[in-house]
Design a protein around this ligand. Sequence first.
Ligand code: AMP
Length: 511
Amino acid sequence: MGTGARTDVEELLAALAADPGREALVFGERRLTAGGIADAVHRLAHTLDDRVGPGDVVALLAGNSPEALVARYAVNLLGAGITQPHEGLSAAAQARIVDDVDAVLVLADAAQAEQAEAVLTHAAPVQVLGLGTLPGRTDVLAAAEHASTAPITGRARLSDVEQIRHTGGTTGHPKGITYTFGHHVRAAAMRRSMGSFGTDTAGESGPPRMLVATPVAHAGGALGDRMLAGGGTVVLLERFDAGAWLAAVERERITHTMLLPPLLYRVLDHPGLDRTDLSSLRTLFYGGAPANPRRIAEAHRRIGPVLLQFYGQTEAGGVSVLTPADHTRPELLGTVGRVVPSTEIAITGPDGARAGTGVRGELWVRTGAEMDGYWKQPELTAETIVDGWVRTGDVAWLDDDGYLHLVDRVKDMVIVVGGHVYTSELEDTLMEHPGVRQAAVFGVPDGDGTEVVHAAVVAGSPAPTCDELGGLVADRAGAMYVPRSISFVAELPLTGIGKTDKKRLRAELTA
Ligand code: AMP
């Protein structure tokens, strides 16, 4: 890049080249050195060089694999952007994303061959290459095998698109959260002030080793990149499974890892937890969805003083952190911690004016690391970002000690006759019952413009009865909050990135 600033992929490749012999990536039985990854990136970049360049967008149909990481790095090195639709989306929704970004090329992972073909039947005609053997497609990895490993200088300009991350996409126009290469430079202060999550510190046991068990298309990928760029090792799981996660932490002497709260609960509920040696863990970050104070206290007790909660948003950047020390004070576990120094917040009260402490309202944040905008949606972008302030769509309040409390997503709030119900608050109330391991609260339209509250509960033993839970809610919050129905389920459905899938719960109930 001619500006003096390096793109993140250039920084990452420089870090890999600095210590080529170190173990950088572990995937099942495969162990890749830093030099091996850097060579693979350059080989693939040479092979794709005449097909993609600055201003282009490439769609990557791949789950978690070394090849998916190498492909993203190679495409970004050539100055082109990447979109990697979440695996959990239907083929039709993924195809809409491929079309929406005007992809010049699709790179489809061999492990996802069937899904990729289904996507391509829905999408407009586009050039497709296989990352591995894909029936009827050129295998670009085979073609790259004999390519040069001579380092390529990054082609990107700061204003070129680096990544487009899609949220939802099941209906309507997919929302593509767009980052340019310049975002990485802009976001440096925010990254520093989030404390790099402690990933850049070598401990007594040597460089950090991070377990990435969530999709690299979401926050897991950014954390993994940072770990590789910081000299650590990434252990990558194809997908989250509590048993596999526990085994990997013990076997690979993992020091850092990230889970969304619903995944952390699955770890807590796994029979192998208390038999697993987790003593290598230095930091377990969690965030991305509401965390229940009782279950976090349980995690602190059973896993150790290693928990660090972050609150942020793909659109907005990092907002606040609840530190490991904060986790020793049970009264703070219902908060999302303190706002980090590089971020400013403002809460707008019901009258639209800025609210003081203790007052609930919609949270706006200014992080300096906000997205560059929604892909091809200037109006939505202008509604969401005003003078660098991002409207989060989260309802929050700040207490007198500077701790931030999140109440709910505005769009998850259930409008009932007589008021509204904050779903995550009601979930915490249900989870006050010792027999409730997990709870999900959601609204279903009743046809009169209001909604009715329902809950799905994962029960422990002894399991509570519906009456007990209804009584608990009436007692704590009032009759208006008592769910119309409570269903007991073995597991809550999760989205591809590990959040509770309330859309699916609603659809299952109305079906
Ligand atoms: P995403 O962009 O997928 O990371 O989702 C961001 C949204 O997830 C936020 O706007 C919040 O609603 C929610 N979220 C993220 N972190 C937390 C957290 N620590 N506690 C509660 N909700 C969170």
